[in-house]
Design a protein around this ligand. Structure first.
Ligand SMILES: [Zn+2]
Length: 410
């Protein structure tokens, strides 16, 4: 398959006219100039860019976006737990899992890391959705065993699935420390250590599976941090609880990290975890203003997430815009030295850097051998030195004319 358009290979440079040949789901050839034959999609005026990657969201929360004026813990009780309880109906879960993939595809999000519900069948629901719309995904059943409605405290962890073509990998997702006992966190740590798959036979033979990703939330709101201090009085700090159970590795995605002390930043850096900044959600729930300077000063790996449903926007360019706006506000009101990311930095985050953080090493880029997870855009403005700024600050899903998913036009 041949695609024609300006190729956004390096966001620091104005994209040149060219074409791509796609074979077996990957980019096989990249050339400048006119294509050798009629392209399957695109044109001289089109632009081709990598699909977006969202490093943190919740498919079961897509239909409760925008329930405003609640703080995190009340919002969980009053909005989120009821929404996730609706997934106890298998058919409902399957319909909504598929719908979440449809909506991400529409927004140009071709890869993501997500939390399901605590129901064992939520894993099957997302696996089925991924068969129809094969987004690249890390997704896991939410693990909770306290401080949530009884029907969400399902303790059986689903058999972890992994799709044949490596498009979907299951992860271990303890929701956050307040909803998890020490026993549950210890069990999660054990399973993380065992890797995938951890069949009884393998365990008996003392074998180790391949490494798993773990996702959780950390220090999102002040009230949450106060609750954690009450529930874990013997731990030095919130981050230390996860570390005590062996949950902090280079495959750990920690969402939010708004209220951390310096020693917690140091620990996260030492364990080489990924911090997932969720600017839209932090503003929506008034959880706090993320400190990019801390992440940078400690050399922590950073990713960006919509955190839908606390975030109310799936479109990653608008999440990138939210990050820039929050950083500008921080600079104007809290800290004149606050780092404000450039448009190019933000664009790299929602494409190649998020992809790398999630272990999708061949995604989020246009290069030979990369996975053909691409978008073809028609833009109402010129391709000049302000291109990336315009993309981020004026983004509309209508810019997308084609979505190329795993080498096929979706
Ligand atoms: Zn979240």
């Amino acid at each position: 398959m041949i695609l024609q358009g300006r190729l956004l290979i390096d966001p620091k440079q104005i994209p040149k006219e060219g074409w791509l040949r796609i074979e077996n789901g990957h980019i096989a050839e990249i050339e400048q100039g006119s294509p050798p034959k009629e392209p399957e999609a695109g044109s001289r005026d089109a632009m081709i860019c990598p699909g977006f990657v969202d490093a943190h969201l919740h498919p079961p929360q897509f239909d409760v976006m925008g329930c405003d004026r609640l703080e995190l813990l009340d919002w969980l009780d009053r909005v989120i737990y009821p929404a996730e309880t609706r997934w106890s109906d298998k058919a409902f879960a399957e319909t909504h899992a598929l719908d979440s993939h449809r909506r991400m595809l529409a927004a140009g999000t071709l890869g993501y890391a997500g939390f399901l519900t605590s129901h064992e069948h939520s894993v099957m629901a997302i696996t089925k959705a991924a068969q129809q719309i094969p987004l690249r995904a890390l997704a896991g059943q939410v693990l909770m065993d306290r401080h949530a409605p009884e029907e969400l405290l399902e303790n059986r962890i689903a058999r972890l699935a992994r799709s044949e073509k490596g498009r979907l990998d299951c992860t271990l997702n303890p929701r956050f420390a307040p909803a998890c006992s020490d026993d549950l966190l210890a069990d999660t740590g054990r399973r993380l250590g065992e890797g995938f798959p951890f069949s009884f036979k393998q365990r008996e033979a003392g074998e180790k599976g391949t490494e798993l990703f773990m996702q959780t939330h950390l220090a999102e709101s002040r009230a949450e941090c106060d609750l954690v201090r009450e529930l874990f009085p013997d731990d030095e700090h919130y981050t230390g609880i996860y570390d005590r159970h062996g949950l902090l590795t280079n495959r750990t995605l920690l969402a939010h990290c708004v209220h951390l002390a310096d020693d917690e930043w140091e620990l996260i850096a030492a364990r080489n975890c990924v911090v997932v900044h969720c600017p839209g959600a932090n503003t929506f729930l008034q959880s706090g203003v993320f400190d990019l300077n801390k992440a940078r000063a400690h050399g922590v790996r950073l990713a960006l997430g919509s955190d839908v449903g606390a975030g109310c926007d799936l479109a990653m360019p608008r999440v990138a815009r939210a990050m820039i706006e929050v950083a500008k506000l921080r600079r104007m009101t809290i800290d004149p030295s606050a780092h404000v990311p450039t448009s190019v930095e933000a664009w790299n985050l929602i494409t190649r850097h998020n992809a790398q953080a999630l272990g999708f090493h061949d995604m989020g880029r246009i290069e030979k051998g990369a996975s053909a997870d691409l978008l073809i855009l028609r833009l109402p403005f010129a391709c000049d030195a302000h291109l990336i700024g315009r993309l981020i600050h004026t983004w509309r899903d209508e810019y997308i004319t084609h979505r190329v998913l795993n080498g096929r036009i979706a």
